[in-house]
Write a protein that binds this ligand. Structure first.
Ligand code: SAM
Length: 352
């Protein structure tokens, strides 16, 4: 679905986002766009009403509607109703573009979002990385969560790394074994089979290994929440129970313990930024694993190619890339990555 599938008014709004913020939502489905714009219209009408009442309250001596209207610097003269009026409103209210982007580029995330992917990472990808780093005598593993939203993905991978390194150091496998001795769901059973393989691969590896997770997003507000790191219980719904030991209870929420937060660094980074190919905080990229999930869907192929160039360059040889469920390498990048799993969007960089 492209911009041709949107009606004229909606296409104008989408072009405005592209022109002024380089955000291309022409691939968004029509109903989703309509719903989100309706939400903004409703919000603007509410703000207008509050603004009007505030005006009436503070200027109660002034009675005529004209006088009230002329005192409204930031609100439209009458509440806007249609997408055409909304498009005009966007021209005169640049801040509204940010609100629209916030409502369209959804910052939703959760711990262990897509459990199959995280199982695959835990059983195959992370042990491979630990083993190969250990064999080459490198002391640290570098991971990038690109488009991290409120941080759940970055903390999830930090918990997995923590458990695997703990296992390789102590041989006790507290984390792994807790999940393996559970009452036996399908996933637990399938992990049970591979548990010994993980343990063998990890034995003696990583005894002094460390790791860093660089977590970046374009949106400062979500990064603030990621740093605060207090999550409502529903954000933990996909999480295997064994990981609960890595959280503190804070009021009605949960917060990862300090040793989980400590290896994770958050910073603002726009994946379309032309000046650098990786987050400046990471200095040189050199990542063993990059997660860039549920972000590419917002951009057309041209922008996706810009992003893939960065992801590819920032990965070490044989590094791994994880995409969202419906995302695939585009164009030339189809030959730059090999998909390593039938069930998940996990790829290995092809060395050129
Ligand atoms: C739906 S969230 C995905 C969060 C997480 N990766 C996951 O799958 O649970 C998409 C995130 O991508 C971020 N994003 C969108 N465009 C971006 C860009 N150009 N550069 C960096 N982050 C971007 C958004 O701010 C949002 O937080």
């Amino acid at each position: 679905m492209g911009i041709a599938m949107l009606n004229h008014e909606m296409a104008l709004v989408v072009k405005e986002l592209l022109k002024r913020r380089n955000v291309d939502l022409s691939g968004c489905c029509h109903d989703f766009l309509q719903r989100q714009i309706n939400g903004r219209l409703k919000q603007i009408r509410t703000d207008y009403k509050i603004g009007t009442e505030h005006q009436i309250y503070t200027e109660h001596q002034i009675h005529t509607e004209h006088q009230i209207d002329s005192g409204q610097k930031n609100n439209p003269k009458h509440p806007i109703q249609t997408v055409t009026e909304y498009y005009e409103y966007l021209q005169s209210h640049p801040e509204e573009l940010e609100h629209l982007i916030d409502s369209l580029i959804i910052q939703v995330s959760s711990f262990f979002r897509d459990p199959l992917v995280f199982n695959y990472l835990f059983c195959k990808v992370l042990p491979e990385i630990i083993a190969s780093k250990s064999a080459s005598g490198e002391p640290s593993i570098r991971i990038w969560s690109a488009g991290c939203a409120t941080g759940e993905e970055a903390y999830s991978i930090a918990m997995q790394m923590g458990e695997l390194l703990e296992k390789s150091r102590t041989g006790s496998g507290i984390g792994i074994e807790t999940s393996l001795t559970g009452s036996g769901t399908a996933i637990e059973k399938s992990l049970k089979g591979s548990g010994t393989a993980i343990e063998k691969r990890l034995a003696g590896n990583g005894s002094s290994m460390g790791f860093t997770v660089f977590a970046t997003d374009i949106n400062e507000k979500t990064l603030d929440n990621a740093r605060k790191a207090v999550y409502a219980p529903e954000h933990l719904e996909n999480m295997p129970f064994k990981y609960i030991r890595h959280f503190n209870r804070i009021g009605n929420g949960y917060s990862p313990k300090n040793y989980i937060k400590q290896p994770v660094t958050f910073s603002r980074y726009d994946l379309l930024d032309k000046k650098s190919y990786c987050p400046p905080e990471s200095v040189f990229g050199g990542f063993d694993l990059v997660l860039c999930r549920n972000l590419l869907i917002y951009y057309n192929t041209r922008y996706q190619n810009i992003i893939f160039t960065k992801l590819h360059r920032s990965l070490n040889d044989n590094g791994y890339l994880v995409l969202g469920e419906t995302e695939m390498p585009t164009g030339q990048f189809q030959d730059s990555f090999t998909r390593i799993s039938d069930c998940c969007q996990i790829f290995k960089k092809i060395n050129i």
